[in-house]
Design a protein around this ligand. Structure first.
Ligand SMILES: Nc1ncnc2c1ncn2[C@@H]1O[C@H](COP(=O)(O)OP(=O)(O)O)[C@@H](O)[C@H]1O
Ligand SMILES: [Mg+2]
Length: 181
């Protein structure tokens, strides 16, 4: 019971965070990021993985971190982006295959990618994934609102970066890239 409550509280928090960000964006306040390279990003990313592992205890998440070059970012915002995309990989990806997370900094760039096996996202659908409230019809039973990727893209843009997607029959991969000056 306690686990159920914690998990639904976690999901509720994500939904409200995303919704509030949408409202702020629409009011024109925009999404403000405060870059800071003084603290390491890796523990923050690991914390997100721990939270998602608590929600999906049966799934495995492989990680590759190479973050010797400090990442100048808004860690709370990158955590929110990561949580949204990782949650999707766990929720929409094939349950019997690990999700692969890769975070690398160097040569003035930071890159975070999240890959999962599972059904290919149709090319016509890929460009719509980032629109607010867009959800592909196949999975309407899940509790999302269709805001996760929209907010993630906003966070990426606010960092001067972007999120790209590649989806084949073998894997779907979301990559966040940003300049790391
Ligand atoms: N890794 C993925 N594999 C397949 N489909 C995905 C994946 N990530 C996102 N999607 C699709 O993109 C849609 C939008 O994602 P998102 O903005 O996070 O909204 P939500 O998860 O609330 O539906 C999802 O409903 C799903 O159809
Ligand atoms: Mg989502």
């Amino acid at each position: 019971m306690a686990r159920l409550m914690r998990d639904s509280a976690f999901r509720m928090r994500e939904l409200t965070d995303n919704l509030l960000d949408l409202a702020r964006g629409r009011r024109g306040t925009g999404l403000v990021v405060e870059r800071d390279a003084s603290q390491p990003l890796e523990p923050v990313l690991r914390q997100v993985i721990d939270e998602q592992t608590a929600v999906y205890p049966d799934r495995s998440i492989d990680t590759h971190f190479d973050l010797a070059e400090p990442v100048s970012c808004d860690r709370a915002r990158v955590a929110q982006l990561f949580s949204n995309v990782l949650g999707n990989a766990l929720s929409y990806g094939a349950a019997n295959e690990p999700v692969r997370v890769r975070a690398v900094s160097g040569s003035g760039q930071f890159e975070l990618s999240i890959a999962n096996a599972g059904e290919q996202i149709a090319p016509t659908v890929v460009e719509r994934l980032f629109q607010p409230f867009y959800r592909s019809s196949a999975r309407q039973n899940r509790e999302g609102l269709g805001l996760g990727l929209y907010i993630a893209q906003e966070i990426a843009t606010a960092h001067g970066g972007a999120i790209t997607v590649t989806s084949t029959a073998a894997e779907t991969c979301f990559t966040f890239r940003m300049p790391n000056a």
